[in-house]
Design a protein around this ligand. Sequence first.
Ligand code: UD1
Length: 418
Amino acid sequence: MEKYVINGGNKLYGSVDVQTAKNSVLPLLAATVLTDEKVKILSIPDITDVKNMIKILSRLGCRTVFDGCNLIIDSSCADCYEIPSELAHELRSSLFLLGSVISRFHMAKIAYPGGCDIGLRPVDLHLTGLKRLGVDITEENGYIICKCDKLRGNEIMLDCPSVGATENIMLAAVKAEGTTVIKNAAREPEIEDLQKLLNCMGAKVRGAGSGTVVIEGVNELNGCEFLPIPDRIEAGTFLIAAAMCGGEVELTRVCAENLSSLLHKLRENGCKIHVNNDKIVLENHRRLTSVKSVETQPYPGFPTDLQAQITTLCCICRGQSIITENLFETRFKYVPELRKMGADITVINRNAFVRGVERFKGATVVAHDLRGGAALVTAALAADGMSSVLDISHIDRGYGAFEYKIRKLGGDIVRVSV
Ligand code: UD1
């Protein structure tokens, strides 16, 4: 077990490169099972979710070669359709493999997946979508078992725009017979990235980024080389940290358009933000004013993956805020931890009512999930005195070289074994 020890109060100055998007890379890796040719994914982030996904691909029989930055996946010798329970439990995105594994083997067996413990994360939309493509699904002893003779395109209307279900159905449909139309599809930039990769592989997908994705089935897919989009959530976390600590931080290899809902809120807070091509500079030298309300929504609304971080910022702003979490019901687990640091927050159902205090004070806190954990680190960086953030394996799931990047900006943070 490891923890971060953070001596708060330093302003942040300097520049950091944004990593490749975790939420893009995971479904892209799942897509590589669809071809016998080699696929090279560039600039792989050094995070445990991706390492676990690579382990799962290896268990399926895929060969992977990692040169420290780029990953080549050769699925020509994939020979296993079962996703082992110990890995599936660690990584919810193993679920995306259902679509591509069933497409490849016409069989798939996967233990119910894990991932962040942020409330009920049902899989009904994934399964209903696959059934519409002709997959027969049974569930036994904690396993989802899928079988089909042939995948056939169909029209699928999602009850809500689930990111994972949209991606899973796209992966199952690219080599199905005929055309699949996904209505009420998620519009996240990561869906567009998946479409781009699939089309580089010879698929015929269009409409990603809108509410309707159309997939015309093809017989074969080829290999390719692909650079995924930058991680908007990592970028957002650093921008919020800079807003909280004060200073001037530049992010490079970032897509500002994918962050517009956050940039809008930070400007409303009083931060100065300059965007120049793939760079964002945030400057702040004073205590900020609270935004009145933030409500998480599917893209292009405010991302649930930045809810904990923006709430943490509101805690030390002047004034009051209401933050509403519309996507995942238990995404306020970090709140009792922030209270230990002096925050004044009350959670009632899906709403967090925040009354700004002058500063956080250092404390020992526990990361309970990925984004909540990162938010606690930002609070500790802005706090008076020393803090320890325990259980940082949650943070390692999604933030590569987190403490190196923070130290580069002048933050006082070390990783310690406990
Ligand atoms: C993805 C992201 C995650 C992000 C989330 C919402 C990845 C690897 N993870 O997760 O970081 O927080 O999008 O932006 O990309 N739902 C159902 N039934 C289903 C599936 C989902 O009811 O079968 C509901 C969920 O409970 C939730 C909402 O749909 O309320 C959105 O979830 P979804 O978009 O599916 O999230 P994930 O794809 O799991």
